[in-house]
Design a protein around this ligand. Structure first.
Ligand code: ADP
Length: 300
C-alpha cells in the first residue's frame, strides 16, 4: 500500500484564494479591510514564529494586522485592559492572544475577556458552548483545519470509526466534537463513531482502538506515537502533532508529528505530513475566521 500524501500546503493555497476573493469583495463594496490583532506575551521562540506566520499570511491575503508585544512580566490586569481596548476598537475585526501565557496569568480569564464576536481562535467560553451544541460559531483553527482537510480530500466520515488521540480543550476535544456530531445540525458534523484516547489510555488499548479506526487523528504531542503496526490498511491518518526534536548527529532542531510517517505511509490510504499538513491549513482558518468576524460586524 502506498498512501496518498495529502498536501496541507496545497489545500491552504486553495483556501487562500477563496479568502482573497472574499476580502476583495468586501473592500470593493466600500468596507474597510478586515484587521487581525495578535497579542504576544513574552519571547517564546515558537510563539513568535506562530505570530509571524499569522501576520505574514494576513498581509498576503489583503487582511491588515498588528502584533501587540508585551513582556513576560505583564500583569493579568494590564493584559485584560489591552484586550478591552481591542474589543472596543471598531477597526479591529479579529483578536487573538497567542497561547501559552506565563504561569501567573489565567488563560481562561484571558480567553473569556475577548469579545466573542472577535474571538477568531474560538476559545471564549460562549463559543466553545456553541460548538458543543452544534451551533454556528467561530470554530478553533486547528480543529477547523482537520475538518477542511477531510472534506476537501473527499473523505467519507458518516458511520466511520474515528480515533482522536488527545483530549486537549483546544485541539482533541473540539476535533471529536466536530466529527461525532450530526451532519444536519446548524453547524454540520461528521456523523462518525468517535473514540477519544488520552494519556490514561493503556498502550495496548491505544493499539486496539487504532486498528479499528478508519480515520486516526493524532494530537498528543508525542513523536512516533502512531506506528504502522497500529494502523488499519487503507486508513486515513491525520497528524496534528508539532514536536521539535533535536537531531542526534547535527544537533539541528527538526519538526515532526505524532505519526511515524515513513512507516505509516506504506500502510495508510491517506496521510498528512509534518510540516506541510495541518499547520498551513490552521493558519488559513484563522484568516477565514477573521474575514467571518469582519462580515459579521457589518451585519450588525
Ligand atoms: P495539544 O494542544 O496539541 O492537544 P496538549 O499537550 O495540550 O497538546 O495535549 C496533549 C494530549 O495528548 C492530552 O490530552 C494527553 O492526554 C494526550 N496524550 C499524551 N500522551 C498520550 C499518549 N501516550 N497516548 C494517548 N494520548 C496521549
Amino acid at each position: 500500500y502506498a498512501a496518498r500524501v495529502v498536501s496541507g500546503t496545497a489545500i491552504a493555497r486553495q483556501i487562500h484564494k477563496e479568502i482573497q476573493a472574499s476580502v476583495e469583495q468586501l473592500v470593493g463594496q466600500g468596507n474597510r479591510r478586515p484587521h487581525l490583532a495578535v497579542i504576544l506575551v513574552g519571547d517564546d521562540p515558537a510563539s513568535r514564529v506562530y505570530v509571524r506566520n499569522k501576520t505574514r499570511a494576513a498581509s498576503l491575503l489583503g487582511i491588515s494586522s498588528s502584533a501587540l508585544l508585551r513582556p513576560a512580566g505583564v500583569t493579568q490586569a494590564e493584559l485584560l485592559d489591552l484586550i478591552d481596548q481591542m474589543n472596543r476598537d471598531w477597526r479591529v475585526s479579529g483578536l487573538l492572544v497567542q497561547l501559552p501565557l506565563p504561569g501567573h496569568i489565567n488563560e481562561r480569564a484571558v480567553c473569556n475577556a475577548i469579545a466573542p464576536e472577535k474571538d477568531v481562535d474560538g476559545f471564549h467560553i460562549v463559543n466553545i458552548g456553541k460548538l458543543v451544541l452544534d451551533q454556528r460559531t467561530m470554530v478553533p483553527a486547528t480543529p477547523a483545519a482537520v475538518w477542511e482537510i477531510i472534506q476537501r480530500t473527499g473523505i467519507e466520515t458518516v458511520g466511520k470509526n474515528v480515533l482522536v488521540v488527545g483530549r486537549s480543550k483546544n485541539v482533541g476535544m473540539p476535533i471529536a466534537m466536530l466529527l461525532h456530531s450530526d451532519r444536519n445540525h446548524e453547524r454540520p458534523g461528521g456523523d462518525a463513531t468517535v473514540t477519544i484516547a488520552h494519556r490514561c489510555t493503556p498502550r495496548e488499548q491505544l493499539t486496539h482502538h487504532c486498528r479499528l479506526a478508519d480515520i486516526v487523528i493524532a494530537a498528543a504531542g508525542v513523536p512516533q506515537l502512531i506506528t504502522a503496526d497500529m494502523v488499519k490498511e487503507g486508513a486515513v491518518v491525520i497528524d496534528v502533532g508539532i514536536n521539535r526534536i533535536q537531531e542526534s548527529g547535527s544537533g539541528r532542531i527538526r519538526l515532526v508529528g505524532d505519526v511515524d510517517f515513513e512507516g505509516v505511509r506504506q500502510k495508510a490510504g491517506f496521510i498528512t505530513p509534518v510540516p506541510g499538513g495541518v499547520g498551513p491549513v490552521t493558519i488559513a482558518m484563522v484568516m477565514k475566521n477573521t474575514v467571518t468576524a469582519a462580515r459579521n460586524a457589518l451585519a450588525h
